[in-house]
Design a binder for this molecule. Sequence first.
Ligand SMILES: [Zn+2]
Length: 322
Amino acid sequence: MATGTEFCRITEIPGKGVGVVASVDIPKGTRILCETPILTVRHASISELNETIAQKLRAMTKDQQVQFLSLYNAHTGSMPPFVGITKTNALPCGSDSPIGAIYPTICRINHSCIPNTMHNWNDARKQETIHAVRAIQAGEEITISYDAGQVSDVRKLDMRASFGFECKCPLCSSSPAELASSDARRREIQRLDDAIGNPFAMMSQPIGMLKNCHAIVKLLLEEYGESATVLLARSYYDAFQACVAHGDKRRASVFAERAYRMRLISEGDDSPSTTKMAEYMRSPNLHPSFGSYSTKWGNAGGNMPKNKDSAEFERWLWRESV
Ligand SMILES: [Zn+2]
């Protein structure tokens, strides 16, 4: 099979059809792939999509046409083939983007509920990147997550309906007791996430918001381990925002630094989200909501402990000791 890069290659994976495996040992944080879309489409009706894709296919090179047409179709018989292939494989160009894109190698990467890489649309490069979020050994399959953190029953139905497979990743193959613990964590993560997203929490209950952010960080680490990177970055950014809104530059800077480190691993130093976090780490007061709710946290809130790796530092950071 064609397409390979210095880090990985497309190959047959027993029981899964085609997938991507590491050709060498890959250190954590490595950019494994960086690809430009061969096709982009906007959300539209099936008939409109079919027409748009057919038109774009005609403009592609022969190689690209072969790459597109050889992708898996989980919707055979239920929708036109071009649309079925696109719906099975397209990745959104950014988390809220209405545009989906197809890539020659990245679309071959299979799913795991606890993936070893993160995929990210880098809007500065106009490319999709794949970064190792933990060390990956030569021969190991490269995986990304197609799910949004759902519990096992919902995930199972979604994977079957959207992608036509049953997930056999280590989490989905774990014992019923382990799966029940994972589901309980995922429900709690969702509940905390909803509470953090409440617009009044940041204004009137910033301490409660920080407490929820701390709880979610611990749960994310338990549930996803090293694969928690982007989710952790979001939670650290929530904690950053609570501190910024009440004028606490010192803690805001620490949270921005933590979000920056997670983005650096999973997206690289040229990702706009990474550079933004680096900027806030240096100057939290540049954030548009700096001091917007109050300045009551200002420099109050105890002396910052010198040892950043200590339990004392964590208690200070999350305002558990003031
Ligand atoms: Zn799974």
